[in-house]
Each structure stands twice: as structure tokens, then as C-alpha cells.
Design a protein around this ligand. Structure first.
Ligand SMILES: Nc1ncnc2c1ncn2[C@@H]1O[C@H](COP(=O)(O)OP(=O)(O)OP(=O)(O)O)[C@@H](O)[C@H]1O
Length: 237
């Protein structure tokens, strides 16, 4: 199994706060990898570093076996801290603009909308979209340039059960055609149903990496997770 992503000893200080402190994760090609951890653990910061949106102060990040570079970053599709949409544009206009900006055929944008089941609402301004539609459009934009690695920061936040199931199924479908996903979440039940393996960040470092089952003491995932977080260095912050 090849590696899609390897982060080694990643450190980052933001505004005087140590956001990452030696974080280490290895994501295998074609898997759905869940990034867990309490609020403030460093998940978003690590995802931003993987996406090239910030530079780590320490450590290394490799994508598909090569150090992170402008070229390798083009193989990453991201949805971090919300979809970032223009309220006056519709979904079709969004994918068209993004396709032009990224230099890919506009047809790829239509295909991304189709894969997210958004063609029916493609002509509606995003200001009229439900939260679920906005998230779906955000994922369509992340998928538009046909990335090998998808990085999604809490993509099911605020979604209803049907919306969550749709995202879950999409990630599994993508995995079945070889697209790797790194996805952060606080919803352990969703992670259990979607992810092949997980990494748990606590206070900027990696407290656990492996199958989610490995966290569950006495078959109780939530209790196992809580134990790990309280035992790990620094705990909740
Ligand atoms: N721009 C910033 N300036 C100062 N501190 C920051 C900044 N961005 C993040 N931090 C701090 O870095 C730490 C890690 O934040 P990060 O957002 O990566 O955590 P997280 O695991 O994604 O949290 P959450 O689950 O709440 O989204 C937190 O203590 C946060 O307050």
C-alpha cells in the first residue's frame, strides 16, 4: 500500500499559541482517514499545512512520496473552515469560475456538481441554498480538479442525518476509485461508519493512530476516546 500523505514531527506556533507540536500522521493511498481530537487540538492547522495554506515551523510533509511542493499541492482538493461561497453566484457559476482559475475543463465542474447531486439546484444563488447544499457545493469545488487527496475539515457539521449519509457514501465511493480522503470530525459514530483508520491529535501531537476499534475500551468508543484524551500529554486545551 503506497502512502498518500506522511506528516512527520510537524510543529506550528500561531500568535504565540503552539498549535502543532510534533504531529505525525500517515495516510495510505485510497483510504478514508479520520482526524480526531478535542477542540484546539490542531486538526485544522495540520490540514492547512497539508493543503499548503500555512508553512510549518518544524517537521516534514510528503504527498505521494514527495516533499510538499506547488506541484504536489495541485493533487489536493480542500474544504477547510467552510465552503467560502459567493452569495450572488449560483452553483454552476461557482464551478465555472473555479474551473477557469484552476485551468481545468469546465466540464469537470459539471461532473463535480453531478457527483454531489447538485444539477437540479445548479441555477440557484448560493444565498438561497440550505446548509447541506452549501457543504455539498464546497465538496464539489474541492473535487473539481480531480484531486488524488481530498482534505475535508468537519464536512458533516450541522448536516441532517440524510446529508451525513450522503457525504459518508460519497467518501466511500471516492475511496473505491482510489481517491484518498483526510477528514476531521467530532462525530465518532460518523467516523466509525466512514473511516478506515484514524489519527487522534491532543495538544498538537499525535496521541493515537490506527483503526478506530483500537480506541474502544470495553467496546465503548466514546469512553476510549475520552480516556486517551485525558491521559495524553496536556489533555484538553
Ligand atoms: N490564527 C491563530 N492565532 C492564534 N492561535 C491560533 C490561530 N489559529 C489557531 N490557533 C490556536 O491553535 C490551536 C489549534 O487550533 P486548530 O484550529 O488547529 O484546532 P482544531 O483541532 O481544529 O480545533 P476545533 O476542533 O475546535 O476546530 C488552538 O489553541 C487555537 O486557538
Amino acid at each position: 500500500m503506497t502512502e498518500a500523505l506522511r506528516a512527520t514531527g510537524v510543529g506550528k506556533t500561531l500568535g504565540g499559541t503552539t498549535a502543532l507540536d510534533g504531529a505525525e500522521i500517515t495516510v495510505r493511498s485510497g483510504e478514508v482517514y479520520g482526524l480526531l481530537g478535542p477542540n484546539g487540538a490542531g486538526k485544522t492547522t495540520l490540514m492547512k499545512a497539508v493543503a499548503g495554506l500555512l508553512s510549518p515551523d518544524a517537521g516534514e510533509i510528503a504527498l505521494f512520496g514527495r516533499p510538499l511542493s506547488d506541484r504536489s499541492r495541485r493533487e489536493v482538493g480542500t474544504l477547510i473552515e467552510g465552503p467560502g461561497l459567493w452569495p450572488h453566484l449560483n452553483a454552476l457559476e461557482h464551478v465555472t469560475v473555479h474551473a477557469q482559475l484552476r485551468g481545468v475543463p469546465e466540464e469537470w465542474g459539471h461532473e463535480a456538481l453531478r457527483s454531489l447531486g447538485m444539477l437540479d439546484v445548479a441555477h440557484r444563488r448560493t444565498s438561497t441554498h440550505s446548509l447541506g447544499m452549501r457543504w455539498r457545493l464546497g465538496i464539489a469545488l474541492a473535487l473539481l480538479a480531480r484531486p488524488r487527496l481530498l482534505v475535508l475539515d468537519e464536512p458533516t457539521n450541522g448536516l441532517d442525518p440524510v446529508g451525513m449519509r450522503d457525504i459518508r457514501e460519497l467518501l466511500r465511493d471516492l475511496a473505491s476509485v482510489g481517491v484518498t480522503t483526510l477528514v476531521s470530525s467530532h462525530q465518532l459514530d460518523q467516523v466509525a461508519r466512514t473511516c478506515d483508520r484514524v489519527g487522534v491529535l491532543v495538544a498538537g501531537g499525535t496521541a493515537y493512530e490506527g483503526p478506530l476499534d483500537g480506541l474502544a475500551g470495553d467496546n465503548d468508543l466514546e469512553a476510549g476516546f475520552f480516556d486517551l484524551v485525558t491521559r495524553a500529554h496536556g489533555g484538553v486545551r
